[in-house]
Design a binder for this molecule. Structure first.
Ligand SMILES: [Mg+2]
Length: 132
């Protein structure tokens, strides 16, 4: 099931059926899922903790580390899909809407006020992560 041929809807359906078959849905409140998401992100952080930037870039070449990263990415994605299901928020729509907002909030450098040296105003959020 490569990304190129797998839909978000099919993945959401698969994790939802997995949870339903185990009777887990009553526990899948937005609060619980958000806590679980944070925990899984923590597990991913643990894989890379204490590595230098260069070591972290090379880490996925190691089969054991690659599997650990893949496992945590899958855990994170599955919980994200469940959050989408249980909040009724269409993930693809949300991503597109946020990308549109980010494109306005974080214009390419050539379009950033002050980038050409003619505008001395502070650059505001220009240096922050677009996911913030
Ligand atoms: Mg995990």
């Amino acid at each position: 099931m490569p990304d190129a041929t797998t839909t978000v809807e099919s993945l959401k359906g698969e994790i939802r059926r997995f949870a339903a078959a185990r009777g887990w849905e009553p526990y899948h409140t937005p609060k619980n899922l958000t806590m679980a998401l944070a925990s899984e992100v923590g597990e991913l952080c643990d894989v890379f903790r204490w590595l230098t930037p260069e070591e972290s870039q090379a880490a996925p070449a190691d089969p054991q580390t690659r599997e650990a990263v893949a496992d945590e990415l899958a855990d994170i994605a599955n919980i994200l899909f469940l959050l989408s299901v249980h909040t009724g928020i269409d993930l693809s729509d949300a991503i597109q809407a946020k990308m549109t907002k980010n494109a306005i909030k974080y214009p390419p450098p050539a379009q950033t006020p002050g980038a050409d040296g003619t505008d001395e105003r502070p650059r505001g959020d220009a240096g922050k992560s677009p996911t913030a």
